[in-house]
Design a binder for this molecule. Structure first.
Ligand code: ZN
Length: 251
């Protein structure tokens, strides 16, 4: 049985240099069997851990929610920014959730069907799909999405990063759209985003809680503090750096 280690993402090259290998099933670095020197070297830097059991089943999830078109542009209202499952659960629980979402999808994007591909810089992520009902942002499902789809879904972020051409191309190809169909979809998504960004939303993550994972919802005042008000969204002509600085993007 190999030993696994809790190696922070930024330490991965260090761990690799010490002989650690990457376990895709558990998404953890490990010391292979029969290499006690590697085990000892890793243990000097990082704690050993038991692999976390993935969470694949969310009892009240609606896995058919929003399944047409294949990739729908989903612009998160500015008043909901920074409120996500990831920010409301423990780090290890998020890891168990995202791992389970990838495993149950057979490690392929549920939207375009692609597997992860390191050479092409395509990785898989858990995409949180919400509905907006009567003043509440409700988590409906978790989708295993490749980075290309995820990028296209949050088209405004792709635009902010000046990567909208790649996003457009991916949307056109995967959904079988021409430019006119794509532009119409984008106009609709924008109109919905503007409307939703004009109000405050409660957050409902009950599908996570129903899977037995504890959720710490942000208090209303914290949420309001984090929310980005509509008038602060990227003014036309501002540079990317100016835009991100105004928003206080964490990365
Ligand atoms: Zn995809």
């Amino acid at each position: 049985m190999p030993t696994y280690f809790r190696v922070p993402f930024n330490d991965k090259n260090h761990a690799k240099a010490l002989g650690a290998r990457w376990c895709l099933d558990h998404e953890l670095w490990y010391a292979p069997d029969g290499f006690p020197n590697v085990d000892a070297a890793l243990a000097e830097h990082w704690p050993r851990i038991t692999p976390l059991p993935p969470v694949e089943h969310f009892p009240v999830e609606d896995r058919a929610f929003g399944s047409s078109p294949r990739i729908a542009v989903d612009l998160i209202p500015t008043t909901c920014w920074y409120n996500s499952v990831r920010s409301c659960v423990e780090h290890d629980d998020w890891k168990r959730i995202s791992l389970g979402v990838k495993l149950r999808a057979g490690r392929k994007c549920e939207l375009c069907g692609t597997p992860a591909n390191r050479e092409q810089d395509i990785h898989l992520e858990a995409y949180e799909r919400f509905d907006y009902l009567d003043g509440t942002q409700v988590l409906k499902r978790l989708v295993c999405a490749c980075s290309r789809c995820h990028h296209a879904i949050h088209y405004d972020r792709a635009e902010a990063l000046n990567e909208e051409q790649a996003a457009r191309e991916h949307l056109r190809l995967t959904n079988g759209w021409d430019d006119a169909a794509l532009d119409q979809h984008l106009r609709k998504a924008n109109a919905l985003w503007k409307k939703r960004s004009a109000q405050q939303w409660e957050l409902d993550l009950s599908i996570i809680e129903n899977a037995g994972i504890s959720v710490q919802l942000p208090e209303a005042n914290k949420r309001a503090e984090r929310a980005v008000h509509f008038h602060r969204v990227r003014p036309p002509g501002s540079t990317l750096d100016e835009f991100l600085a105004v928003l206080g993007f964490p990365e």
